[in-house]
Design a protein around this ligand. Structure first.
Ligand code: CTP
Length: 476
């Protein structure tokens, strides 16, 4: 067999230290998994390194730590028979080679000691089963029993064993297959794809956190629709994000059709990914239309409507985040806000763009107005070139006006120039309804552009408004 050597991949001295430690313990050891894969793909080398020992991974980790300066702490995960240490900016994980079998109700394997080949057999994909030897006599040799290198060249995701076994052993791998396809621009081997469809229901035993981790990686890829459409085709998406799959389909009544909001959404996600790496803005793009399924109606006069879908959708975001155990913090609120406001700029862009409409948009969106514009630009998926140009042109105007209005009126993070306290003092009022009325009227006058966002003007307006309400300065 023509074994290729990759000594140059193992220049960091951690590798020769591991090699020495393993020799002292009379064990063989190998680098395996993502490090080897990404090295061969010329990708950024990952900061986590997986070492497999033919023997106890925990013992090897302890020996390595003894040999390293400052003897880093070894973190032991007894249940999994693994150990981890940090060295420089690397996270090195050690595991003993194993022959595994899994119970049907859990991802947790029943483990027996095994050879390197046993260990490679139980890994997820041929491209992740590649290993570099750390033995002195063949340091850097590539061990590739399933032609993982061939699959790297052909850009193929393939399982070492029968895919039904590999996916059933650990159903998370179904999501990993799709995630790698999306991240690396690889194809999933047809039998493997069929096995994912067959085993899709097993995804239910995987923790929500792990599912979301993979979803986030799919959303983080250059063209997330690759992964999302695979999730859809295999039926996994129907289980994980039914809110989205309910958007799929075109209905026709009395000759009127609406667009397929699922495939539209995927286009929006791809569009936005060309302009931002922000995960939460990408989530907002993914969820911006979810309110359309429950609000869809047909009206003989106006055709298909989705009244209030933005509001309904923003409420659904909370439920979805909660179900998937995603953070219910300001990130979730940001996604909700984007969904809630997702139609505002489009409505603007269809008409003449007035200053007051832009001022209101900036007031409501606050610091997120640029993100909102990015979302709405991505939302333009019309295939009519005339409309496409018109909307983009109008959005350009909206963006310019946002800058102008911002410079002039400082509407973002709006603080009223006359406070409730000012109003109380001026009219000698105790807390009352009138204060709210005057405050709102001032805000409205500023947003409408009737008065500038300045103290003097706002004070004059307050006096006028007070008079209308029968109030006089200095009197109650
Ligand atoms: N692995 C596996 N099945 C899993 C997870 C991991 O067989 N469900 C194996 C693969 O050999 C993988 C290695 O463990 O390469 C390390 O896993 P991990 O660090 O999660 O993934 P990487 O392949 O390193 O890739 P990434 O860091 O992009 O997740």
């Amino acid at each position: 067999m023509n074994v290729k050597n990759h000594k140059e991949a193992l220049k960091e001295d951690i590798f020769s230290i591991i090699s020495g430690a393993a020799a002292e313990l009379d064990m063989d050891s190998y680098v395996i998994g993502g490090f080897v894969r990404d090295y061969l793909l010329n990708r950024d080398i990952p900061k986590d390194i997986d070492i497999v020992a033919i023997g106890s991974g925990i013992e090897l980790a302890r020996k390595v730590s003894e040999k390293l300066q400052k003897k880093p702490k070894v973190q032991v995960f007894k249940n999994f028979g693994t150990a981890m240490l940090r060295w420089k900016d690397l996270e090195v994980e050690f595991v003993g080679a194993r022959k595994e079998s899994y119970r049907s109700d859990s991802r947790k394997p029943v483990v027996e000691n095994g050879t390197l080949k046993d260990d490679q057999d139980r890994r997820d994909f041929t491209i992740n089963a590649l290993a570099f030897s750390l033995q002195k006599e063949n340091f850097g040799d590539l061990l590739d029993p399933f032609d993982g290198v061939g699959d790297l060249k052909q850009k193929l995701i393939r399982t070492p064993l029968d895919p039904d076994i590999t996916y059933s052993d650990d159903p998370l791998r179904m999501l990993r297959a799709i995630r790698f396809a999306s991240q690396l621009h690889f194809k999933i081997f047809p039998e493997s794809l069929e096995a994912i469809s067959r085993n899709k229901d097993r995804i239910k035993i995987i923790s929500k956190e792990r599912v979301v981790d993979e979803l986030n990686k799919i959303l983080g890829s250059d063209k997330p629709s690759t992964g999302l459409s695979l999730l859809f085709r295999t039926g996994l998406l129907h289980i994980i994000l039914p809110e989205l799959t309910r958007l799929q389909g075109i209905e026709e009544k009395e000759g009127q059709k609406h667009k397929d909001n699922f495939w539209h959404t995927l286009e929006v996600v791809d569009n936005i990914s060309e302009h931002t790496d922000d995960l939460w803005l990408r989530w907002a793009a993914l969820l911006h239309d979810i309110g359309k399924a429950p609000t869809k109606r047909f009206d003989k006069k106006v055709g298909w409507t989705f009244h209030g879908h933005e509001f309904v959708g923003s409420k659904m975001v909370y439920k979805l985040f909660k179900r998937l155990r995603m953070p219910l913090n300001e990130k979730m609120k940001f996604v909700q806000k984007m969904v809630l406001m997702s139609s505002r700029p489009i409505v603007l862009a269809q008409d003449i763009v007035t200053d007051s409409a832009v001022r209101r948009l900036v007031f409501d969106a606050g610091d997120h107005v640029d993100d909102l514009m990015t979302l709405c630009e991505a939302d333009i998926t019309t295939k009519n070139p005339k409309k496409f140009r018109k909307y983009h042109h109008n959005f350009k105007i909206v963006r310019q006006k946002i800058v102008e209005v911002e410079e002039r009126d400082h509407i973002r993070n709006f603080q009223p120039p006359v406070s409730g306290e000012d109003i109380m003092k001026t009219f000698n009022l105790s807390p009352s309804r009138e204060i709210g009325i005057i405050k709102d009227a001032i805000k409205e006058a500023i947003l409408e552009g009737d008065i500038p966002n300045e103290y003097e003007a706002a004070r004059d307006f307050m006096l006028k408004k007070g008079k209308e309400l029968g109030l006089e300065p200095g009197k109650g």
